[in-house]
Design a binder for this molecule. Structure first.
Ligand code: GAR
Length: 275
C-alpha cells in the first residue's frame, strides 16, 4: 500500500445488491484501499447492500425516496425547501422536456430526500461520497455540498463506456446495440446525468455467443477492480482535475503505475475469454 495515502473517510450511497460496496469493503479490509467507510446510505429499505455493510460493522441508514413521492406527499411547502431553490431550478441539467411546474415538483422531491442524506453525512464530514449502484439522480443541491470550483468529492461507477449509454441500463444498452466491446467508467459527478469528468475506463470483449448475463459478469469484475483503484488514487493524492484548453475539466492520474494497472486489467478481461 502506498505510504503517502491518507485514510479517506467514505460515505457510500447504494440502492440495491451492493456488490461494488462489498468489493470496497474487501479491498479496505485487505489493506489495499486506504479508506474507512463511515456510512452507507440506501435509497431503498430492502437493499441487500445494507446487510453487507452491517455484516462488517459499518453504520447504515435508509433515506426512502418513496416517502417524498406524490402518493405519500401530495403537496410540498416552500418552507421545507432551501431558500435558493429557484436558483437550483435554473441550474439543474437532469430533467428536460418537462413543463416548468412538473420540473419544479420533481426537483423539489429530489431535494427533500437529499436534504435528509446531507443531514446524515454532515456530522461525519466524509472526504468522498461514492455512488455504488445508487439509482437516483442527484440535483445541484447535493452536488454543491460536495463539489466546488474545480473540486469534486462525489464519484460514480457507470456500467458503460461514457459518453455512450448514460442512464440506468448501461449493460442492457451496450448489449442490445450489438457493441463488440463493452466498458465501464469511473467518473466524478457534476450537475448533469453521467456527464462528470472521467477518471478511468476499462473495456471487455463481447463475443458473438455471449449473453447479457455473461456481459454483466465480465463488466462487474472490472467495476470491482477499477472503482477501488480510483478511490485509492484519490487517497494517494494521485487525482488532479485541471481545465483543458476547451474549458472542460480533465482528470490527470499521477500514479506512475497507472499504465501497468490498466494493462493488467485489460489483459485479464480478454484472457478469460479467448476466441
Ligand atoms: C453496477 O453495475 C453499477 O455500475 C450500476 O448498478 C450496478 C450496481 O450493482 N450503476 C448504475 O447503473 C448507475 N447508473 P451493485 O449494487 O451490486 O454494486
Amino acid at each position: 500500500m502506498e505510504a503517502r495515502a491518507k485514510r479517506l473517510k467514505l460515505a457510500v450511497l447504494i440502492s440495491g445488491g451492493g456488490s461494488n460496496l462489498q468489493a470496497m469493503i474487501d479491498q479496505a479490509e485487505a489493506g489495499r484501499l486506504h479508506a474507512q467507510i463511515v456510512l452507507v446510505v440506501s435509497s431503498n429499505p430492502e437493499a441487500y447492500g445494507l446487510t453487507r455493510a452491517q455484516n462488517h460493522g459499518i453504520k447504515t441508514a435508509v433515506v426512502d425516496y418513496g416517502k417524498y413521492g406524490r402518493k405519500n406527499l401530495p403537496t410540498i411547502t416552500r418552507s421545507s425547501l432551501p431558500d435558493h431553490f429557484g436558483d437550483l431550478v435554473e441550474r439543474q441539467r437532469i430533467y428536460s422536456g418537462l413543463p416548468a411546474h412538473r420540473l419544479e415538483d420533481r426537483l423539489a422531491r429530489l431535494v427533500l430526500a437529499e436534504q435528509e442524506i446531507v443531514g446524515l453525512l454532515e456530522p461525519l464530514n466524509p472526504d468522498l461520497v461514492c455512488l455504488a449502484g445508487f439509482m437516483r439522480l442527484l440535483s445541484p443541491f447535493f452536488i454543491e455540498h460536495y463539489c466546488g470550483e474545480g473540486t469534486y468529492r462525489v464519484m460514480n461507477i457507470h456500467p458503460a463506456l461514457l459518453p455512450a449509454f448514460p442512464g440506468s441500463h448501461g449493460y442492457e444498452d451496450t448489449f442490445s446495440y450489438g457493441c463488440r466491446f463493452g466498458g465501464i467508467t469511473v467518473h466524478f459527478v457534476d450537475e448533469g446525468e453521467d456527464t462528470g469528468p472521467i477518471i478511468a475506463q476499462a473495456v471487455y470483449p463481447i463475443w458473438p455467443e455471449d449473453t447479457l448475463d455473461l456481459v454483466k459478469k465480465r463488466g462487474l469484475e472490472l467495476e470491482y477492480a477499477l472503482y477501488s483503484q480510483c478511490i485509492q488514487w484519490m487517497a494517494q493524492g494521485d487525482l488532479l482535475v485541471e481545465k483543458a484548453e476547451d474549458g472542460r475539466p480533465r482528470v490527470l492520474i499521477l500514479d506512475p503505475d497507472y499504465p501497468r494497472f490498466m494493462e493488467q486489467l485489460t489483459q485479464q478481461s480478454f484472457a478469460r475469454n479467448p476466441i
